[in-house]
Design a protein around this ligand. Structure first.
Ligand code: ATP
Ligand code: MG
Length: 290
């Protein structure tokens, strides 16, 4: 699949400068990609139906990106192929005081749906090693001194390990975690911010604080590479998907979703011995009704 070239499973380091933000390098044609995306959404629905019926495995898709990279619209379009009954979308914003008074995975774990379902996380515990690290938010945490005494680097290295352990824990308990970074160029982010400022229907999506975060753009890119390298594994891979053209992003994300669904158990439960005879009886009964 085309998305494979954007996959990181821990075997090679992530160098975002070498990865494209747009579709040009893949030499794809928009009309063809739109057709393939539509076909993928149909296949996705069938696979999800079987995942739900099977009920042995759960899937967690994590979307991480800087502002205006298209997390919301990717969720809206790609996930439109899924049955809402088996999907739970959670957006993780700045933690409130109750959330801050717990460990950083507390609110995450509460958002996990039962096996057989799909969780979509719009931002996630990765914020706890991204925005928190960029702004030194850990300094304001009400935590015992021993947790910070090794210094900033040790604190975040420790969090990377905790995240790896958490994802292993989920895998061993029947959940697969797939992480998607929407790789937007700085130039395209500017265009999208200008559009949000100029278009009244998009004004609500813009906030001055988005500019403050943009000032840390390069720092975030560097940190994303570090975080991807520290947490990409075969069972919980990262994908750094080009995000400058939404039609291409949606296609690649649909490929990632299908690939993950195919890896999960998705067999329709088989009826026990004798149950088929019972079905036949029921059919006879229904047919005799009138
Ligand atoms: P949009 O693209 O519509 O702006 P958004 O995901 O950026 O959507 P916002 O409400 O604008 O939503 O921003 C959520 C903010 O919450 C982000 O700035 C994010 O970094 C911050 N956030 C999320 N988790 C944490 C966390 N654990 N600690 C600190 N800040 C966090
Ligand atoms: Mg925002």
């Amino acid at each position: 699949m085309k998305a494979d070239r954007y996959c990181f499973d821990g075997s090679t380091p992530c160098d975002l400068h070498k990865l494209p933000c747009d579709a040009k390098r893949d030499g794809v044609e928009k009309a063809q990609i739109l057709e393939k995306t539509a076909a993928n959404l149909v296949e996705m629905a069938a696979l999800q139906d079987a995942l739900y019926a099977d009920g042995r495995e759960g899937l967690v898709f994590i979307l991480q990106a800087l502002d205006a990279a298209g997390k919301d619209s990717t969720i809206k379009h790609v996930m439109s192929g899924l049955n809402p009954q088996g999907v739970r979308v959670t957006s993780f914003k700045q933690p409130n005081s109750e959330e801050l008074s717990h460990d950083f995975l507390w609110r995450i774990h509460k958002a996990l749906p039962p096996r057989g379902s799909i969780a979509i996380f719009n931002r996630s515990y990765y914020e706890d090693v991204l925005v928190v690290q960029v702004h030194d938010l850990q300094k304001g945490y009400k935590m015992p001194p021993r947790t910070l005494k090794g210094g900033k680097e040790a604190f975040f290295q420790n969090r990377y390990a905790q995240i790896r352990h958490y994802e292993d824990y989920l895998y061993d308990n029947g959940y697969r975690v797939v992480k998607i970074f929407l790789h937007l160029s700085k130039k395209e982010q500017k265009m999208r911010f200008l559009e949000r400022i100029d278009n009244p229907a998009k004004n609500w999506k813009f906030s001055r604080s988005d500019l403050a975060e943009r000032a840390h753009f390069d720092e975030y890119m560097h940190l994303f590479e570090e975080v991807i390298d520290a947490t990409a594994t075969k069972q919980s891979p990262w994908y750094a998907i080009p995000a400058d053209q939404k039609w291409y992003t949606r296609y690649l994300v649909s490929e990632v979703v299908i690939d993950a669904l195919r890896r999960c158990c998705h067999e329709y439960p088989k009826l026990p011995e004798g149950a088929l005879d019972e079905l036949k009886d029921c059919r006879t009964w229904l047919e005799a009704e009138d």
